[in-house]
Design a protein around this ligand. Structure first.
Ligand code: SF4
Length: 372
């Protein structure tokens, strides 16, 4: 019986040959520099290839080298990142661009890993793809294809990652970029994460222990996931004379981005009906919709509803939406409310200004539709 290293030694040249004949035409595979590879790798963390394709080109038109990105304002960077989600990545990417601009391109895996937002996987990918170093990049995709190739039934975790990193390092060919991208490509289009893999198209079909045993979908073996935390949010789209209230998130998830005034509700809807005078204490902001806005504890006392808004604040529409982050799910109830006076605690912007200059996370996308 072949050892695991022998299987990988046989698999490496088959993968290179397959990748060169079958790779997709992706924009980050052309005119590659260390900086453009960095932009692509950071964008591709937690975002689908199709979603990244267009945004990558537009981002590089705006920031063609590390210099333009290093010297841009945070708001400009956030706007260019809008819709990609996980905005900490954009902030880290700009920090990394500043390091490249001030200190030059790193030459080792350790130097690459020291850039902001770069973990083990991204350091391996950039080292292999942009620097020609034999440094494996092991992520969930690579773990999936290797657990299947080797029929490795260990529960996926750090030990499996370390094992595959060492196995790959031992067989890494000189064509480091093609090998690294070949592994990613095989995981993306042949040995796919959801549903049955396309083994009939796989260069490893004759070697793959899982396939030969007809047990492809038994691998990888994962520990049970913890349930996602659910948070209930009230979101207030306040409009006054064609301008909409925005505020900048000061902390936590989506920090630094613009959002509609909102607050976490203490309990899920449906709320009990509002009682008269329920909204005296003033959320979302003092004076923003005067007595009409729901107060703290409104889910005990009643969220805004038709008839609950007074003195010029009018509830125009209400709808629910949800957004799923990695560890949290937001279940939101949105209220479109016309107010007579713009509260100074907010920035008030027109629809055109929001479109051009304010990055609002896609989590609020259902309510951005009200901004016209
Ligand atoms: S033969 Fe099938 S299961 Fe094995 S690596 Fe290829 S696609 Fe995945």
């Amino acid at each position: 019986m072949q050892t695991e290293t022998e299987i990988l030694q046989a698999a490496a040249p088959l993968l290179l040959e397959w990748f060169r004949a079958n790779q997709r035409d992706l924009p980050w595979r052309k005119n590659r520099t260390f900086y453009t590879a960095l932009v692509a790798e950071i964008m591709l963390q937690q975002t689908r290839v199709e979603a990244v394709k267009e945004r990558y080109v537009a981002f590089l038109e705006k920031f063609p080298t590390e210099k333009e990105l290093a010297l841009a304002s945070e708001d400009e960077v956030m706007k260019a990142w809008e819709g990609l989600g996980y905005y900490t990545r954009a902030r880290n990417l700009q920090k990394a661009a500043k390091t490249l601009f001030e200190e030059g391109i790193p030459r080792t895996w350790v130097g690459v890993k020291s850039l902001a937002g770069v973990g083990d996987y991204t350091a391996g990918a950039l080292s292999s793809i942009a620097l020609g170093l034999k440094e494996p990049a092991v992520d969930g995709n690579v773990i999936r294809i290797l657990t299947r190739l080797l029929a490795d039934g260990s529960v996926v975790g750090d030990a499996v990652k370390r094992k595959f990193t060492e196995l790959l390092r031992a067989v890494y060919p000189d064509s480091t970029a093609d090998f690294c991208e070949g592994l990613m490509e095989l995981g993306a289009i042949v040995c796919v994460p959801n549903g049955a893999p396309f083994c009939e198209k796989c260069p490893w079909a004759g070697l793959c222990r899982a396939h030969l045993a007809g047990e492809e979908e038994r691998f990888p073996v994962r520990a049970e996931k913890k349930a996602r935390k659910v948070e209930y949010l009230d979101v207030f789209v306040l409009v006054c004379g064609g301008r909409y209230a925005l505020k900048k998130r000061e902390k936590g998830l989506l920090k630094g981005l613009w959002e509609f005034p909102n607050r976490v509700a203490a309990c899920p809807p449906p709320y009990p009906p509002p009682r008269e005078g329920a909204c005296r204490e003033g959320a979302p902001a003092e004076g923003a919709c005067r007595e009409g806005a729901p107060a703290e504890g409104a889910c005990r006392e009643g969220a805004p509803a038709e008839g609950a808004l007074e003195k010029g604040a009018v509830l125009l529409a209400k709808k629910t939406a949800k957004h799923i982050f990695t560890h949290v799910e937001w279940r939101m109830t949105g209220y479109l409310i016309a107010v007579e006076e713009p509260a100074p605690v907010f920035v008030w912007a027109t629809a055109e200004e929001i479109e051009k200059s304010y990055a609002i996370p896609s989590a609020f996308g259902a309510f951005t539709e009200w901004v016209k």
